[in-house]
Structure formats: C-alpha cells, structure tokens
Design a protein around this ligand. Structure first.
Ligand code: OFO
Length: 175
C-alpha cells in the first residue's frame, strides 16, 4: 500500500518523465528540420526511453495497489538557437530530473518506504548515465564548434543509436 504523499509524488514523476518524452520528440523534430537525421534519431530513441521510465513508475504504483492519476503535460519548446544549444538544454533537463529523483528518494526515506526507495535506486543509477551521455555529446559539439564537417560526423555517429544500442536495462519496464 502506498502512502498518499508517495503516491502523489510518484504520479508527479510520471508526468515529468512523459514531459521528457515530449521534450525529446520536440528536439527530434527540430533536428529533422536542421537536416541532422542522426541527432533526430538519437532524440527519438531517447524519447522512447523516457516513455519506458514513465511506465516503470506507472507499473510500480499499480503493483503497490496505488492509483495512477495522469495530469496535463506542458508544451515543450520547439526552437533552439543551434544544434549545440538544443543538446545543452537536454543536458540541463537531465540535471533537473536528477534533482527530482533525489527529492523522491529523500521523501521515501522520510516515509520509511523501503520498496519505493529501492525502486528509485534504478533511477539514481540511470540518471548518472543520462547526464554522462548528454555531457559527452555536448563536449563533442562544443569541440567542433561551427565546423559543419565535424557536426556531420557527430550526426553520423548518433544515427547509429538504435533499439539494439539501448541499454538492456531499458526494457526492464516491460517485464
Ligand atoms: Fe527519465 O531520464 Fe531523462 O529525463
């Protein structure tokens, strides 16, 4: 049985993960328009991951005999000033999500809810990976600066991310 403050906070996190999905789909559309299909495909794969994150929490609430309540998802931005600017926004977004997860862990501890804290530890590890990956790509983008050839090389590299390249743990939510 989930305590009410935990249920409310987890439902809030479902909303945040679905917003992340929306944000990355919006970034994918931006990169498509910029003629960078590799970036676009990477962002679409990222959006799929975010959906799986939302469903992981959704399933946990159900398993704990709680009630999933969905709320409206904010509109994401649609424009960025450059390919690097969009990636920087993705990185900063992940830093915010990490803070949200940390706050959830603190709440679970306060409520002595070990099951929720245990479930959240997966997200703690995932956020380390999310931030590191975004930072790595951002570093590369900053390195090439306005160099079109360098940008196209990164685009090609990012285009290689497919479902097969996703961390196997991403499929866990479907179990
Ligand atoms: Fe769900 O990890 Fe990104 O936001």
């Amino acid at each position: 049985m989930l305590k009410e403050p935990i249920e409310e906070a987890l439902n809030g996190q479902i909303n945040a993960e679905l917003y992340s999905e929306y944000l990355y789909l919006s970034m994918a559309a931006y990169y498509e328009e910029e003629g960078l299909p590799g970036f676009a495909s990477w962002m679409r794969a990222q959006a799929d991951e975010e959906h799986a994150h939302a469903m992981r929490i959704y399933d946990f609430i159900i398993d704990r005999d709680g009630r999933v309540t969905l709320s409206g998802i904010d509109s994401p931005p649609t424009e960025w000033s450059s390919p690097a600017d969009a990636f920087n926004a993705a990185y900063e977004h992940e830093v915010e999500i990490t803070e949200m997860i940390d706050e959830l862990v603190a709440l679970a501890r306060e409520e002595n809810d070990n099951a929720t804290e245990n479930m959240l530890q997966w997200f703690v590890a995932e956020q380390v990976e999310e931030e590191a990956t975004a930072q790595d790509i951002l570093d590369k983008l900053n390195h090439v600066g306005g160099d079109g050839t360098g940008l196209l090389m990164i685009d090609k590299e990012l285009g290689q991310r497919g479902d097969a390249g996703l961390d196997a743990s991403e499929t866990k939510a479907e179990e």
